[in-house]
Design a binder for this molecule. Structure first.
Ligand SMILES: [Zn+2]
Length: 318
């Protein structure tokens, strides 16, 4: 059986042909036309789907379903895109209009793009298909996606979740959302960079400062490089950062008791240097951890394909 996942982005629309076993057999992408009207964009999506089928020698009657991840708010039940900031979709009946362009009828479903990425990781990536997992992305912000009791949790109206804005320090750092002390203000990549820069200002002779000077810039990787070289200043920054990320994770663990937490986003590319101390922190601090099922912290596996894989999974009953 073949499914197609479409991942709509501000720059490109990516599509993938996926089997029921989660094998991504073909990938293609087209340029997004942000100023075009909705019918032109839906035509583009239709052509992308046809092209994927053609290139694999398939006909549309052999397609079991199409899922689409949209960067905005959607009404999944009605198949409607309410709003998306980068593309001309406003109250667009995307499912109805796309379906009308095909001769054969197959299920078409839409969801928020972050939800799709979480679904992809939960079923085919780091989650390995366990019934309860949470995907957390540490990037420009902190994103969350919940796969609970074997089902993607989409929130009322498919609005998705904003776990990055749970408060971990009342009255703390200012967050982009307007509140103070949000998890994101401590755990996102820009927050880590700020923490590293503050440590460098205080310790200008440290290995951490040297590395930043050599590279001409502080990035999400700098602290990990310095820790690897045995820098005690960097080790202290990382320990504090792990506690920030860890406190948010513990909050999620205490509410949802997931089997797995999947860490994605640029900062998580550090791999074991981040995942292992996070695992220790969560195992130590989550409620009655000694007597409760353990939550495993793992790295995301699908990278940029998570959105396509998750979208394709929307019509798979997973
Ligand atoms: Zn916030």
């Amino acid at each position: 059986m073949y499914y197609i996942g479409i991942d709509i982005g501000g720059m490109s629309i990516k599509g993938g042909l996926v089997t029921e076993n989660g094998e991504l057999v073909l990938k293609q992408s087209i340029v997004t036309r942000p100023t075009a009207n909705e019918d032109v964009i839906i035509d583009d999506i239709h052509k992308l789907i046809c092209s994927l089928l053609e290139n694999k020698g398939l006909h549309e009657y052999q397609l079991s379903g199409v899922g689409i991840g949209v960067p905005g708010t959607v009404d999944g039940e009605k198949g409607r895109v309410r709003f998306t900031p980068n593309i001309n979709f406003k109250n667009t009946p995307l499912v109805e209009k796309l379906s009308a362009r095909f001769q054969y009828k197959f299920p078409i479903r839409i969801s928020n793009d972050a939800n799709c990425a979480a679904l992809g990781e939960a079923v085919w990536g780091g989650g390995g298909g366990v019934s309860d997992s949470i995907t957390v992305t540490l990037g420009t912000g902190v994103g969350t996606g919940f796969y609970i009791s074997g089902k993607l949790f989409e929130g009322v109206g498919g609005a998705g979740t904003e776990g990055g804005h749970i408060v971990i320090k009342t009255g703390g750092e200012k967050c982009g959302c307007g509140r103070r002390g949000c998890w994101e203000a401590y755990a996102a990549a820009p927050a880590l960079i700020r923490q590293v820069e503050a440590a460098i200002a205080k310790n200008p002779d440290s290995v951490l400062a040297e590395i930043a000077k050599e590279e001409g810039d502080v990035t999400g990787k700098t602290v990990f490089e310095a820790v690897e070289k045995g820098c005690p200043v960097a080790a202290k920054v990382l320990k504090k950062y792990v506690s920030y990320v860890g406190d948010g994770l513990v909050n999620l663990v205490n509410i949802f008791r997931p089997k797995v937490i999947i860490m994605g986003g640029g900062v998580s590319m550090a791999g074991d240097a981040l995942i292992k101390p996070l695992q220790r922190y969560v195992s130590l601090h989550s409620f009655a951890s000694k007597y409760s099922p353990k939550t495993k912290i793992v790295q995301a596996k699908l990278g940029n394909d998570a959105g396509i894989m998750g979208a394709a999974t929307l019509t798979m009953n997973k």
